[in-house]
Design a binder for this molecule. Structure first.
Ligand SMILES: [Zn+2]
Length: 215
């Protein structure tokens, strides 16, 4: 746990409810918007490549959306492990959807969050459908916070599985949210226009002639 997260303890008794003040600033945008498959995919890609989130969060989001996150169902598919069962609940196969949204302890965190009313309306059959739907229906300020919570849940899950760590989840969620919001603020302050440019440049970039520029 980075030291600066301690700054985010809200009071001396170190109790920070996910429902407490920090989250009340978030606005969920009604009404619910329906969308097609293509629109769903494009909103995820836009979020990954062009919206003001830290590169590490983009990378996590990309891995989760393309189903290459190291969950046990993927590891079993590649024969790295034999058993795809979730290591925490031992009740269902550990898919991305299960690990981040359906596993009991993660579900409890979501149920205690401001996202719960909207999340319970989202299509639940796949992680990407649910993610796309949420991104579509959250306003800009809430999107980064929703993604920060997904990121925090993945981080905490790994701590629990590999280190038996039981850090208070709300601390990690608030910490990750701070990282996301600080990044956006910093980006605005220095006038950095997100990684959009690098994607556009990458699309139009062509390799130099063989031998050109090589030592
Ligand atoms: Zn589970």
């Amino acid at each position: 746990m980075p030291d600066d997260l301690m700054f985010w303890w809200p009071n001396k008794n170190r109790v920070y409810s996910v429902r407490s003040g920090y989250w009340l600033g978030m606005r969920i945008q009604p009404p619910v918007v329906e969308m097609g498959e293509d629109q769903g995919a494009s909103i995820i890609w836009r979020m990954i490549w062009t919206v003001e989130i830290p590169p590490k969060l983009s990378h996590f989001l990309w891995r989760a959306s393309t189903n290459i996150l190291a969950v046990r169902s993927n590891l079993a598919h590649r024969h790295y492990v034999q058993d795809p069962l979730c290591e925490l609940c031992k009740e269902e196969n550990e898919t991305v959807n299960h690990a981040l949204l359906e596993c009991g302890w993660a579900k409890n965190l979501w149920a205690d969050s401001v996202f719960f009313p909207l999340l319970s309306l989202a299509p639940a059959e796949s992680f990407t459908k649910r993610l796309a739907w949420m991104l579509q229906n959250l306003d800009k300020a809430a999107r980064g916070k929703f993604l920060a919570m997904l990121w925090a849940i993945w981080y905490m899950r790994n701590l629990r599985v590999f280190d038996s760590e039981t850090t208070q989840p709300s601390v990690v969620i608030v910490g990750m949210t701070k990282i996301v919001m600080d990044y956006e603020r910093y980006r605005k302050e220095v006038g950095f226009q997100s990684h959009k440019h690098s994607v556009e440049e990458a699309r139009t970039w062509t390799a130099p002639p063989y031998g050109c520029g090589e030592d």
